[in-house]
Ligand binder design. Structure first.
Ligand code: CA
Length: 351
């Protein structure tokens, strides 16, 4: 009888641990250059029970590192989430000058919305160090969600490559396999630090690329804005203003809504079934005359094998077969856009 009671107690404790672990959600670190669509992504993450946001690490991109840190701190404060660590990281890309995007994001990077000063303080650790420490503290549990240039992530794995197999997976916003937004070939996050991106893509960890392609199929429109306008709360009202700015901007350029680039990466972390993501080998072009920063994806995962031969009439290469190329990324190509947009609106409403 006593043995049965003990067994039951152990079972209950185990059940409690399993349930509480599930309730805590997937541990994520968001590396961000906030940023209007970063703001939407961060607020989606902070209000989704599927995710346990441990930290925001800040990278320069849409805005400078200093402005990005300030925006991140004000946003976690607005959401009443000083428990989420916020850390400054790199101050510039690895090998090139920073390109900021106030043109698209407003002077302060968050649609010129003036948020109250932050009640939360920045963590003293450097962003890449914080990533390294957190991954070692929770091996195989942490998902990295970079939604800016990949500078911080590259610095972290260069400083401590032993974290690579300890990261659960990496779901990043960046790249495109159908042309860019900076120019004909390149997407902004990758273009802002191509060398860092190539390091991250070749690291050999489970990587999902949420690129421009699917972002452009996921448009937040006036219909969604009206839904957000029906409810209120500090986060709700902030996101309403940011979304209104972005939708207005998209209309100026003849579109019917704003692409949810960064939020979709968070959406994939919440529920990967919203996207179709075939395996491909992706390299980042770091040299090309017209294509620096392009994510070059091999859709067939094979290359022709060209072998040099010497013939009486001269030397030439002859195709002798095909060599397999190992995929290194799941590349999102399709998205259940309506489902995701409804999820986004429902998570923000009333918050
Ligand atoms: Ca971003």
């Amino acid at each position: 009888m006593l043995a049965n009671f003990r067994l039951l107690t152990v079972l209950f404790v185990l059940l409690f641990l399993v349930v509480s672990a599930a309730a805590a959600g997937r541990k994520v670190i968001i590396d961000t250059d906030p940023g209007t669509d970063d703001a939407l992504a961060i607020m989606l993450a902070l209000n989704s029970p599927e995710l346990d946001v441990l930290a925001l690490t800040v990278v320069p991109g849409n805005v400078t590192a200093a402005q990005g840190l300030e925006n991140a701190l004000r946003m976690v404060s607005l959401a009443n989430r000083c428990d989420v660590l916020v850390a400054a990281g790199a101050q510039h890309p690895l090998f090139q000058k920073l390109i900021t995007a106030e043109f698209w994001h407003g002077k302060n990077g968050i649609a010129d919305v003036q948020l109250p000063p932050s009640k939360c303080k920045a963590d003293v650790r450097w962003g890449p160090d914080l990533i390294i420490e957190m991954v070692h503290a929770a091996p195989h549990e942490i998902t990295l969600v970079p939604i800016g240039p990949l500078t911080n992530i590259a610095l972290a794995i260069q400083k401590d490559p032993s974290i690579i197999p300890l990261v659960k997976e990496i779901i990043l916003m960046g790249g495109s396999i159908t042309g860019g937004n900076v120019n004909a070939s390149s997407e902004a996050n990758i273009y802002n630090d191509p060398e860092a991106a190539q390091i991250v893509f070749q690291a050999g960890w489970p990587l999902t690329m949420v690129g421009l392609d699917v972002g452009n199929k996921t448009l937040l429109s006036r219909k969604h804005l009206d839904e957000l306008g029906k409810t209120h709360g500090p986060v709700n009202d902030f996101i309403y203003q940011v979304a209104k700015f972005l939708i207005g901007l998209s209309e100026k350029f003849g579109e019917t809504g704003t692409p949810m680039y960064d939020p979709l990466a968070v959406g994939v972390a919440i529920d990967s079934s919203i996207v179709t993501a075939p395996l491909m080998h992706v390299d980042v072009e770091t040299r090309g005359e017209f294509s620096r920063g392009e994510t070059v994806a091999n859709r067939r995962n094979e290359n022709e094998r060209n072998v040099l031969h010497h013939f009486p009439d001269g030397d030439r290469y002859v195709i002798e077969g095909l060599d397999k190329v190992q995929p290194n990324a799941k590349v999102c190509t399709e998205v259940k856009a309506d489902k995701f947009l409804q999820l986004f609106v429902s998570r923000i409403q009333g918050k």
